[in-house]
Design a protein around this ligand. Structure first.
Ligand code: PMP
Length: 291
């Protein structure tokens, strides 16, 4: 049996899982989504993902037709139905079908779909050797234009940045904001370590309030590591002792080079490694059991 996708109240096959060409999620990128990991038959930090989803939906005045409790159960059911112990869930809420005009008021039925599948992760070597990151010229969306806090279906800002990363032959990109401060990577949050202190740009600098970022804020104090939000210039990053990124797909991954400058000795640093180890333990036990 192929993938079973939850779409607007029922499970359908991949072939049957279709959205209207009049859906404003497609026509205007009008909708919100989450990418969520499943570890060991638990949905990792599901409450936190749902909080971000409902928050983004509230900002764009999109009423999700299921309560958080109902949606939680549907996510778990989708994982169960697809027989997954570990994997990745894509949860999407679109504005729904409207006319060709922009108005969301013409869209009366938002669509909810959930895809649970396996995930292609970075090879082990990346976690041992680290990533090479390149600063892209595409600036992160100005929060006054489109808040990076809304995990919306409009990802063109990131697509443009990713094209630059591909062109540069790097592993990931670093995005700056309008003031020239570092915000985050293209689809991951960004951290440096300076004199034993972990630092990451504040969300109001243009970083998404990442769920894995949150996990790092939970884990660092228990590991005796100081962590804080701080605006970071690119120069500070070049001369930092360690760098790493975090994201649902990447987890915690070391960054060893930025714009061809070796960070520290050009090897994954000890604090990064300590947090990676702590995360490995945490991810197995934290989350919503699917059964
Ligand atoms: N920033 C952006 C722009 C992202 O798309 C993601 C991935 N969702 C992240 C950061 C990392 O967030 P999370 O840890 O919630 O996956």
């Amino acid at each position: 049996m192929g993938l079973q996708i939850f779409l607007d109240g029922k499970f359908v096959s991949e072939e049957e899982a279709k959205i209207s060409v009049f859906d404003h999620g497609l026509l205007y990128g009008d909708g919100v989504f989450e990418g969520i990991r499943i570890y060991n038959r638990r949905v990792f930090m599901l409450d936190e993902h749902l909080e971000r989803l409902y928050g983004g939906a509230k900002v764009i005045r999109l009423e999700i037709p299921l309560s958080p409790e109902e949606l939680k159960e549907k996510v778990c059911e989708t994982v169960r139905v697809n027989g997954l112990d570990d994997g990745y869930v894509r949860l999407v809420v679109t504005r729904g079908k409207g006319d060709l005009g922009l108005s969301p008021m013409k869209c009366s039925n938002p669509s909810v779909f959930i895809i649970a599948s396996t995930i292609k992760i970075y090879p082990d070597e990346v976690y041992r050797e680290g990533l090479k990151v390149f600063t892209v010229s595409t600036r992160r969306n100005n929060p006054d234009s489109l808040s990076p806090q809304i995990k919306s279906l409009n990802y063109l800002n990131h697509v443009l940045a990713h094209l630059e990363v591909l062109h540069a032959g790097a592993d990931e990109g670093l995005m700056l904001n309008d003031q020239g401060y570092v915000t985050e990577c293209v689809v991951d949050n960004f951290f440096i370590v300076e004199d034993g202190v972990v630092k990451t740009p504040p969300t109001n600098a243009g970083a998404l309030a990442g769920i894995t970022r949150k996990a790092v804020f939970m884990l660092a104090p228990t590991e005796g590591i100081e962590i804080k939000e701080e605006n970071l210039s690119l120069v500070e990053c070049y001369v930092s002792d360690e760098c790493f990124l975090t994201g649902t797909a990447a987890e915690i991954a070391p960054i060893t080079h930025i714009d061809e400058r070796a960070i520290g000795d050009g090897r994954p640093g000890p604090i990064t490694k300590k947090l990676m180890e702590a995360f490995h333990e945490f991810r197995e036990s934290y989350g919503t059991p699917i059964d």
